[in-house]
Design a protein around this ligand. Structure first.
Ligand SMILES: Cc1cc2nc3c(=O)[nH]c(=O)nc-3n(C[C@H](O)[C@H](O)[C@H](O)COP(=O)(O)O)c2cc1C
Length: 310
């Protein structure tokens, strides 16, 4: 059991590099998300004690259970990264990224490239399981590298000793094209006994309910559907067809203050622009708002612009 009280009906925030940082995760947590992951952390960067990387894995005070996701393909480096994470309190699990399709990552053999070499894939998972002192070892995968191979992948995750997994219903070759294949996720789930989270294209309560029932997954994981829309977790947890966004100004301001505190004024403003673009989507005069936001360089002005717009 541990810090994850039950794997039944878990609603999980997917890791999204550049978006699901501590400030965003703490907002999502307020809306009831059950489980959060850090953004992808390069094992090498951890091993080299990059200051930025340690900042990236800090967890929010309200964020338990919390999983740190690492990328890596060499057991020796991954072991060193795990030993470093072992020294940091408050982390409940270590997840291996085996889904990233970005060239820079796959050319090193990490991310989704591991799905093309299931022996190496298993060795890396086994390394985390063996050396981690955290409660959970987990893995996030896609359906395959070039071709779908989800059943063998899911079985490999289980036999390597992982405690749970998440699966995005596309191959790496697909990137984000086409629709997530929920039938394939159902097949992967049926092949294993460890908990599995279904991921891909879940953007509202009805889809979440459908995917959960169709795939028989233990939980659902939401990525892009939560950006600019952290209310989605409240909607899903409370079986609501529509999302009540009555507190939008309050939430946007809270998120903004948290970002400025976490990154400082310059980086905070730059980081928050993309969030303001998504928060304002569909609102009257949002395109003028976005143009204005792109030119703002002071926290006071950004705050005032948020107050006036929302
Ligand atoms: C901007 C962006 C950044 C992402 N970063 C990560 C990451 O750091 N680690 C990871 O495992 N997946 C990452 N993903 C993949 C998502 O976690 C998720 O699997 C994918 O977006 C499909 O789910 P969705 O349709 O709910 O967004 C990223 C996706 C996007 C769009």
């Amino acid at each position: 059991m541990g810090t994850i009280k039950s794997f039944d009906n878990l609603v999980v925030l997917a890791p999204l590099a550049g978006f699901t940082d501590l400030p965003f995760r703490s907002v999502a947590k307020k809306f009831g998300v059950d489980l959060t992951y850090s953004e992808m952390i390069n094992s090498n960067a951890l091993v080299h004690h990059s200051k930025k990387t340690f900042h990236m894995i800090e967890k929010a005070p309200n964020e338990t259970p919390y999983i740190v996701q690492i990328a890596g393909n060499e057991p020796e480096i991954v072991k060193k990264a795990v030993l470093i994470l072992n020294e940091i309190d408050g982390i409940d699990g270590i997840d291996l990224n085996c889904g990233c399709p970005v060239k820079k990552i796959i050319k090193t053999g990490s991310g989704s490239a591991l799905l093309d070499d299931l022996d190496q894939f298993k060795r890396v998972i086994e390394t985390i399981k063996e050396y981690s002192n955290k409660e959970y070892t987990s893995v996030k995968v896609r359906l395959g590298f070039k071709e779908k191979n989800h059943v063998n992948i899911a079985k490999a995750v289980e036999s390597a000793g992982a405690d749970f997994m998440a699966i995005h219903g596309r191959t790496a070759a697909q990137m984000y094209k086409g629709n997530a294949d929920w039938d394939a996720i159902k097949e992967a789930k049926a092949a294993i006994s460890i908990p599995l989270f279904a991921n891909g294209d879940i953007t509202d309560y009805d889809t979440a309910k459908h995917v959960k029932e169709h795939t028989k997954a233990d939980g659902i994981m939401i990525g892009r559907g939560a950006i600019g829309n952290p209310w989605i977790f409240y909607q899903i947890k409370n079986s609501l067809g529509v999302t009540p966004k009555d507190k939008i100004k309050e939430i946007v301001l809270e998120h903004f203050h948290s970002i400025i505190e976490f990154y400082g004024e310059d980086t905070g403003i730059r980081t928050f622009r993309k969030h303001l673009h998504t928060y304002s989507k569909g609102q009257t005069d949002s395109s003028e708002f976005r143009d204005k936001v792109n030119t703002i360089i002071s926290a006071n002005e950004m705050e005032q612009t948020i107050i006036n717009f929302f």
